[in-house]
Each structure stands twice: as structure tokens, then as C-alpha cells.
Ligand binder design. Structure first.
Ligand code: PGA
Ligand code: ZN
Length: 421
């Protein structure tokens, strides 16, 4: 056990070429923890605030000097001398000091950076790998190790690329009982098979925000599903047995609150919620789907239970923008039977404790969790992987290429080695 001695933040670059922040926490014992914070491109409206400077003369207003000043002054002042092992008290202290529901004063980005760096410092103090320390500090107990399977974004559109599909992400999720390293290998072989399929169809294999292919000229929102099933087969695996398709529509992005309709530009369709569910229905029947996510808008709560019914228990319906890693919204979704799984994004919540509480609530209800990278500005931090391992998440969702993505899979394979030795 050791007390917090110093907290220091600095501006760094995130994957989108705009700043994020990195925090170093030093304990009285000399133990050090560092963490950095990511942020999204298609963020939900109720996410914790990403506090930006707004000074147009620096990084087009996207600087993080104010958030950094909050860390180096207010947050440091309230947390120095607190026991680093008391993570819940530390997070609560920041939440109280901020005093808003969306962390608008101190900034969710500032609070999260500190929260994660404290956990890393104490894990180091206790000589534990982070995933084991998280189990200990949140009193998870011995639930065995069930490593998350990769859910890899293979084709991206929506807000993550220009002139592509209306739906945001088409993924491949590993199925079956392979090791994490074998799952990663299988996925990358499928990615490579997909590249050949796209080329044969005269589509570009340039990549989007998350390192997935982002070709212009795909003819429909359904076509990527066909490509992925073909890629699984071409790589020598069995669709629905070794790997299935994951879809994240990010439907809030093509929903109009005014008309209450979904605008599928690519196909010239404007659909009501019922019509959109009917549009998805054949996919549920026809394809080896592993998960669906945000198939309806975050402003369309009442129709989510109908989507769960349409899926009929075949696979999980994941809430992302709907629940934004917020335990109250997640509780509401569970009670309404609006979703059967939750996407976990640390920066949506803004502290480690609130994020863990969402995961623990899912586990208590036997519902799956999927910790996820962010599309807009991801960093090389791999905290989400340790978190997924600590709570036995079913999947982690991360892109297939670019350093800030592959480092997550490399961390997962390293953890697997550690656990097996
Ligand atoms: P974002 O999107 O990180 O760009 O918001 C990812 C997602 O919707 O899952
Ligand atoms: Zn999403």
C-alpha cells in the first residue's frame, strides 16, 4: 500500500492526428503508473465530456491544455495523500468534485487518465499484472480465465470513412475454442483473404480510421456481410463455426430525431424503426451472425426491445451509444430487455470504477461485455485488454491494422502466455 505523491499530465497525439492526454501517477513508494485516453468519432450524446480547449489557434480547438491543467492542479490537489489502493474512493472523489452528470467541469478525459494511471501505479506497487490487480481491487474472486475473443473491424463506413456504407462497421468475431493467439492468426488470415476479394471486385483496399478496409462504391449495406462470409471461407475456416459476422450499424448517425426515420443514403431509403428492423430481419435468418450492435438509434429506446425480439436469442444485441458505459442506462436496458450485451468504452464512463460497475452488472445478469477501442483518437494504451481479461469479457473489439490497434492484440497474446505459464 502506498499514498499518491504526484500526478502529472501531458499532451500527446492520438491516432486521428489531434491531441489526447497521458497521465503519470507517482506513489510515495516510488511506484509509477502511466495511462492515456482515447476518444470517439461517432460518440453517443450521453458520454462523459471530452474537455477540449476550444482555442482555434491550436489544433483547431482540439487542444487538451485545459484538461491537463485540471489534472495538474485541481485533481492533483484533491488526490495527493490518498491511498492508491482505494480506487473506488479516488474515483468517487473526482466525481464529487466535478459535480456534473457528464463530467463537464473536470473533463471525463482528465478524470479517466488519472483513474487509469492510479490503477497502474498500484498494480506495480503490488507487483501484480494489471488484469490480476483489477480482479483484486474490484473483489471479483476466482472466476477462472476465459480470454476475450477478437471481434475485428474488417470493413468500415459511416462516420469512419468517406463515401461508403451507411452502417459503420462490419466485423469478424472468433467462435469456438481456439487459443487467443490462434484466434488472432485466424482473423488476420481472414483479413488478408478479404483484401483479395475486394481487389477482385475492383474495390480499393485503403483503410479507414480503425485500420479496416473502407472502399468507395460498395453497392449496398448488405454486400460487406457477403464479402466477410466469403473471406472466412476463402481463408479455410467455417462460417458460423470458427468465425461469425459482427455488425455495428451506429444507427444514431443516420437517424433523424425530427422525422423519426433512418436515412440509408447508399440505397436511397428512408425507413421507420419497424421498417429498419424488417430490413435487418433477412440478415438474421441468412447469415452466420455473431453479434449486432446499435442497430437502432440511442434516441429510439422504445424500439430496441423489438430488435431483441427479432433476433430471437440467436446472438447478442449490443448496446453502445444507447448505454454509453453508464450503469444506470445499462440497468434500464436490462430491465426493458432493450439489449442483451454492452459495449464497454472507458472514456464513455470517465472513470475506471464506473466502467467496472457496468461489467460487473453484466456478469451478474449473465450478459456479455465487449470492451472496445475508439474510432476517432485511439492511443497505444492497452488498458482495455487487461480489463476484458479481468472480467472475462466475451470479446474485445479492435481494428486489424495500425499500431494503436495491433498493440491490443499483442497484449492479449502476451497475457495468454503469462496465464498458461
Ligand atoms: P467511435 O465508434 O469510437 O468512433 O465512436 C466506435 C463504435 O461506435 O463502436
Ligand atoms: Zn458502436
Amino acid at each position: 500500500m502506498s499514498k499518491i505523491k504526484n500526478i502529472y499530465a501531458r499532451e500527446i497525439l492520438a491516432s486521428g492526428g489531434a491531441p489526447s492526454l497521458e497521465v503519470t501517477v507517482t506513489l510515495e513508494s516510488g511506484a509509477i503508473g502511466e495511462a492515456s485516453v482515447s476518444y470517439g468519432a461517432s460518440a453517443g450524446s450521453k458520454e462523459a465530456t471530452v474537455l477540449l480547449d476550444g482555442d482555434k489557434t491550436r489544433y483547431n480547438g482540439k487542444g487538451m491544455l485545459n484538461a491537463i491543467s485540471n489534472i495538474n492542479n485541481q485533481i492533483k490537489n484533491i488526490l495527493v495523500e490518498m491511498e492508491a489502493s482505494d480506487q473506488r474512493a479516488i474515483d468517487n472523489k473526482m466525481i464529487e468534485t466535478d459535480g456534473t452528470i457528464n463530467k463537464a467541469v473536470l473533463g471525463g478525459n482528465a478524470m479517466l487518465g488519472v483513474s487509469l494511471a492510479v490503477a497502474r501505479a498500484e498494480a506495480s506497487e503490488e507487483n501484480l499484472p494489471l488484469y490480476k490487480y483489477l480482479r483484486k481491487v474490484y473483489e471479483i474472486g476466482d472466476i477462472g480465465w476465459k480470454l476475450p475473443k477478437p471481434m475485428i473491424v474488417m470493413i468500415e463506413g459511416g462516420k469512419h470513412a468517406d463515401e461508403t456504407t451507411d452502417l459503420q462497421e462490419f466485423m469478424v468475431g472468433a467462435m469456438g475454442n481456439k487459443s487467443a493467439a490462434e484466434n488472432v492468426r485466424m482473423e488476420m488470415e481472414i483479413y488478408s483473404a478479404l483484401k483479395n476479394i475486394l481487389k477482385a471486385d475492383k474495390l480499393s483496399t485503403n483503410v479507414g480510421n480503425e485500420g479496416a478496409f473502407a472502399p468507395n462504391g460498395i453497392i449496398s449495406n448488405e454486400k460487406p456481410i457477403e464479402y466477410l462470409v466469403q473471406a472466412i471461407t476463402n481463408a479455410g475456416y467455417v462460417p458460423g463455426v470458427d468465425a461469425g459476422v459482427g455488425i455495428d450499424a451506429a444507427a444514431s448517425e443516420f437517424y433523424s430525431e425530427e422525422t423519426k426515420k433512418y436515412n440509408l443514403k447508399l440505397e436511397g431509403k428512408e425507413l421507420t424503426s419497424e421498417e429498419l428492423i424488417a430490413y435487418y430481419k433477412p440478415w438474421i435468418e441468412k447469415y452466420p451472425i455473431a453479434t449486432m450492435e446499435d442497430m437502432l438509434s440511442e434516441f429510439d429506446w422504445d424500439n430496441w426491445p423489438k430488435m431483441v425480439e427479432a433476433i430471437g436469442g440467436k446472438f447478442p444485441l449490443i448496446a453502445d451509444d444507447l448505454t454509453v458505459t453508464n450503469v444506470n442506462l445499462w440497468q434500464k436496458a436490462i430491465e426493458m430487455k432493450a439489449a442483451t450485451a454492452i459495449l464497454i468504452k472507458l472514456n464513455q464512463a470517465g472513470t475506471l470504477t464506473e466502467t467496472m460497475d457496468c461489467c460487473l452488472l453484466a456478469n451478474k445478469n449473465n450478459l456479455i461485455t465487449m470492451p472496445s477501442h475508439r474510432g476517432g483518437g485511439e492511443t497505444n494504451d492497452t488498458f482495455l485488454v487487461d480489463l476484458a481479461v479481468a472480467v472475462n469479457s466475451a470479446y474485445i473489439k479492435v481494428g486489424p491494422t495500425r499500431g494503436e490497434r495491433v498493440c491490443k492484440y499483442n497484449r492479449l497474446m502476451k497475457i495468454e502466455e503469462e496465464i498458461n505459464n
